[in-house]
Design a protein around this ligand. Structure first.
Ligand code: C2G
Length: 721
């Protein structure tokens, strides 16, 4: 509706006859092209040509480009045989463009459908106009909604170009030609500066339409598929210094542009150079380059600056490397001290990194943690119990959030307390089933045994396309955290293959089965089970159903605190099954809300806080789960499994994706309603019979390595006990 209105308005004003050339350089961004090129194709302003410069992308990317561009004759693609970089690609685009106006889009970004209309309808006599750029890490339907307002303000170029980007400028092609505006080709980074400076030399302000939006994607996988600015920061610095020096020479007579460059330099120095030059070695390597650039700096252009930085810049200008080095080190030391003093945890981290990891290494100390200190469980528990029962001379430390009643000689420490940092800094061994915080620098001599916490069904880390969870830095952080692992336990070949790709793990995989599953193969399962039931006060006369679902990435209160809505009709279950069964409710350890059992207390037992789910496997006769890895472990018992997958499509297609085909590879039925669950329990013998063949195949693939002695083998390999 709005599109039609704007179009007829254009027609009246004769704007529609102006053609816009949208230039899109592409280098291996196939997963984003449907969104980026698609967003241009769908623009409500139709008089456009799309100039694609394929900067020597891979075949798979070329294929997507062809698919995307085949049916639209407004698109022209130029292929470069060797990679020339974004600056050269855009220059080629300018050269080939035939439009009255030029617009640049990066191939991983996208624009709402009215973006170009809003720009061109407001450009009037100006030769250049821009709008608002927003950062975003994934596209949602809302991002593409039409804007209803159309305001224009004059914005000063100093502020507009602070981010050093030529994106989202609509600019007359004649203006580019007359002023000989080109991107810098000799640098890989900051090539936009060469384009921006001639504009700044001519203009102090340009019209700005805040309702015309450009979405700039923050890539969530800087390891496998980094954007340009996620690449090597030392190379970025060298490029910055080169281009700064070159442009200072070119624009010294243009005071506005000259002042802009010095401001950029100061900001870049504060934000990046100080961080990059964090060692004597780097100072030695880059000082001369820094000196050559800083010689060009005019202090009059940056009058009000921090006195510490002022002194450093003066030392560089005087070519006094020794003084600069002294000043920079004191500066960095002072800033880290300032950070340290800003809070208790920050202080402890500072003490850990600067002092504790320099204390002597305790060769015979092992620190254990399971599920982020939430309970005493999983493979770390089995490894610990096996070791202390062998009477070894190791000292054992367990990390918990709250004090626990646990067997054996272990010392308990509170997560994130001083002792936590002290023991993690000095213990030779770390044993954990999940990730440890990034700030725990791994010291020389440390051995980290990562037990992991499940055979994967849901796609993990680098096998996931997009991240729908609370933290957009997930992949980068995971990568850094997992570089510290020395050993990783895998329970089956299927997991080993996945861990190599999903975690990019290249060190030693321990392939003996899961220590946590040893108990499931124990000869006296029945006695152990009876004892557990008695301890829990569960009737010995009834059969037990265990419901253990996983968490949903998109349902959370805040990072790490997830919600779960119970979709089982407990009242009806009790009515229909209560004579024969009771049900144990076991929520995932991320779930923060309480599950209501009012009115069914003698049928439904909430054991979400219970230490170790392995005990619950042992005492149950049937498992109900969804996409949780619990079924891989439970299969060791060869007991019936039901899958209550009421949100299968959303979970599989939108949130995660799976490694196996749930429809025909899992050892039990996929059930969509609470009634179907009740029905399957009533007819459990038939269900078992029906799934026998699939179950046997599954058992072979997943449980084949498990012999009940994984703990012993892991301990022998890592601790030599
Ligand atoms: N778990 C539990 N109770 C639940 C769900 C899980 O005690 N209701 C425990 C089980 O030991 C399970 C582990 O937490 O194996 C991991 O849970 P998943 O539901 O599989 O989810 P997630 O923590 O995302 O781990 O490779 C495995 C994946 O990393 C999945």
């Amino acid at each position: 509706m709005l599109g039609i209105f704007i179009r007829s308005y254009f027609d009246r004003r004769g704007i529609m006859d102006k053609k816009i050339s949208v230039i899109i350089p592409i280098f291996n961004t196939e997963e984003f092209l449907h969104e980026s090129i698609g967003s241009v194709i769908n623009q409500t302003y139709k008089n456009i040509e799309i100039v694609i410069i394929d900067d020597a992308s891979t075949q798979s990317c070329k294929q997507v480009i062809t698919e995307m561009t085949n049916n639209d004759n407004r698109i022209i693609t130029y292929e470069l045989s060797d990679r020339r970089g974004v600056g050269a690609a855009r220059n080629l685009g300018i050269n080939k463009a035939t439009g009255d106006y030029i617009y640049f889009l990066d191939s991983d970004d996208y624009i709402p459908e009215t973006t170009l209309e809003l720009l061109i309808s407001n450009i009037k006599e100006s030769s250049i106009i821009t709008g608002l750029t927003k950062s975003i890490n994934k596209m949602t339907a809302d991002d593409l909604n039409l804007n209803e307002k159309e305001t224009v303000i004059e914005e000063n170029c100093f502020d507009l170009f602070k981010k050093m980007s030529a994106l989202h400028l609509l600019i007359k092609r004649d203006f580019i030609k007359e002023n000989n505006i080109l991107f810098s080709e000799e640098v890989q980074f900051f090539s936009d500066l060469g384009f921006i400076l001639p504009i700044l030399a001519e203009k102090k302000s340009i019209p700005y339409v805040p309702d015309s939006i450009y979405y700039k994607r923050t890539r969530n996988d800087p390891i496998t598929n980094p954007s340009l600015m996620q690449l090597d920061n030392e190379k970025q610095m060298v490029d910055f210094l080169n281009i700064y020096t070159h442009l200072k020479n070119t624009y010294k007579e243009k005071s506005y542009a000259d002042r802009f460059l010095d401001h950029l330099f100061l900001n870049y120095y504060r934000r990046s150079i100080i961080v990059i030059m964090n060692s004597q070695e780097k100072i030695e390597r880059y000082f001369n380059q820094l000196f050559i650039s800083t010689k060009k700096l005019d202090f009059k252009n940056i009058p009000k600056q921090n006195p510490i930085i002022n002194k450093e810049l003066k030392a560089i200008k005087k070519n006094n490397k020794g003084r600069f080095s002294f000043l920079l080190k004191s500066h960095n030391w002072l800033s880290s001290l300032k950070t340290a003093l800003s809070g208790r945890t920050k202080l402890l981290i500072y003490v850990y990194q600067n002092f504790l990891i320099k204390l002597p290494l305790k060769e015979k100390t092992i620190v254990f943690e399971s599920f982020l200190g939430k309970n005493y469980s999983d493979s770390p528990k089995n490894i610990y119990e096996y070791m202390y029962k062998q009477n070894t001379d190791y000292k054992y430390i367990w990390i918990f959030n709250e004090k626990r009643n646990i067997p054996g000689p272990a010392k308990q420490i509170k997560r994130f307390s001083f002792s936590y940092y002290y023991y993690l800094a000095t213990a030779k061994y770390w044993v954990s089933n999940s990730r440890l915080p990034l700030h725990l620098t791994k010291r020389e001599g440390n051995v980290y045994l990562q037990t992991w916490h499940g055979t994967p069904l849901k796609k993990l880390v680098f096998d996931m396309n997009d991240i729908h969870s609370a933290n957009p830095n997930y992949k980068l952080h995971f990568y850094k955290q997992s570089r510290r692992w020395d050993y990783l336990i895998s329970a089956n070949q299927y997991s080993s293959d996945i861990f190599r790709s999903a975690f990019k793990f290249e060190k030693e995989m321990l392939e003996y089965g899961y220590p946590r599953n040893d108990a499931l193969h124990s000869k006296n399962k029945d006695e152990i089970s009876k004892e557990i039931k008695q301890n829990l006060g569960i009737p010995l006369t009834k059969k037990v159903v265990l419901y253990a679902p996983t968490w949903r990435d998109d349902e959370f209160y805040s990072a790490g605190k997830y919600k779960f809505k119970l979709r089982l009709n407990l009242k009806k279950m009790k009515e229909e099954l209560g004579d024969e069964y009771i049900i144990l409710l076991r929520m995932h350890y991320f779930i923060a809300n309480n599950i209501e059992t009012d009115g069914v207390e003698d049928f439904a037992y909430n054991l979400s806080k219970y230490n170790d789910i392995a005990d619950l496997y042992l005492i149950s006769d049937i498992l109900i789960t969804d996409y949780s890895s619990v079924f891989f472990d439970y299969a060791n018992l060869k007991r019936p499994i039901l899958f209550y997958t009421y949100d299968l499509e959303k979970y599989r297609d939108t949130l995660r994706g799976f490694y196996i085909n749930m429809e025909n590879e899992v050892p039990g039925p996929l059930l969509m309603t609470s009634d179907e669950v009740i029905d399957s329990i009533k007819n459990i013998n038939e269900v078992t019979e029906k799934y026998k063949y699939t179950y046997d195949q599954f058992y072979e693939k997943i449980c084949g390595w498990e012999k009940g002695n994984a703990t012993e083998q892991v301990v022998k390999r890592v601790f030599n006990v």
